[in-house]
Write a protein that binds this ligand. Structure first.
Ligand SMILES: Cc1cc2nc3c(=O)[nH]c(=O)nc-3n(C[C@H](O)[C@H](O)[C@H](O)COP(=O)(O)O)c2cc1C
Length: 184
């Protein structure tokens, strides 16, 4: 079963989770990177970024090489921005449709889980099989290294559970497919 961890990250929290997941389940990593860097979070920049999220803008992203059709299971990760997902996903999903794939969504944020992942799934991923969602608080800004490690381990263990479920589903689907072949 081929797995991809697709994510974006500005300050490194979602990146740390993405890497922990990819290591645990042996997945490829694909990071979406904005062409125009986010320059600080002062008052005016905050207004601009909020408007990007609210108006579902499509910031330019650098080209990427991966193709969702090459993967059976895709983990999709985002930092929470104004209780929503990062707008780079508007850019991506406007040109690439991920459908009929097994997916799992994760997020990092400064608060407990909100609506970001539900919004991402409702806006762009309705045609895929959602196996689970998980959120964590900014892992790399914990005071103790052990706390960072504990959060990353928890996210990795969730990802392993998702991979096991996907594997079982694929086995069952294959059995069903064979039954159909023998029937006709
Ligand atoms: C523009 C902006 C808006 C944010 N809005 C929220 C929010 O609504 N809720 C929340 O919990 N965290 C919010 N955060 C905090 C980020 O979600 C959090 O720091 C996240 O871990 C950053 O991920 P990254 O380090 O991978 O970029 C916001 C951060 C930024 C920069």
């Amino acid at each position: 079963m081929k797995k991809l961890v697709l994510y974006c990250s500005i300050d490194g929290n979602t990146d740390a989770v993405a890497r922990a997941i990819a290591k645990e389940v042996d997945a490829d990593l694909a990071r979406l990177v904005r062409v125009k860097r986010v320059k600080g979070f002062g008052f005016f920049n905050n207004l601009k970024l909020r408007s990007e999220v609210m108006r579902k803008k499509k910031p330019d992203i650098f080209p990427f090489k991966w193709d969702p059709r090459d993967y059976d299971l895709i983990y999709i990760g985002t930092p929470v921005w104004y209780d929503s997902y990062n707008p780079v996903y508007n850019t991506l999903f406007n040109v690439i449709k991920i459908y009929d794939r097994k997916i799992a969504l994760f997020s990092t944020g400064m608060n407990e889980e909100g609506k970001a992942l539900t919004k991402l799934s409702n806006d762009w991923l309705k045609e895929s099989v959602l196996l689970g969602t998980k959120h964590c608080i900014e892992p790399i800004w914990e005071d103790e290294e052990s706390q960072t490690e504990a959060i990353l381990a928890d996210m990795a263990s969730w990802a392993k559970g998702i991979a096991d479920t996907a594997e079982k589903m694929i086995e069952e689907e294959e059995l069903e497919r064979r039954k159909t072949i023998y029937k006709f």
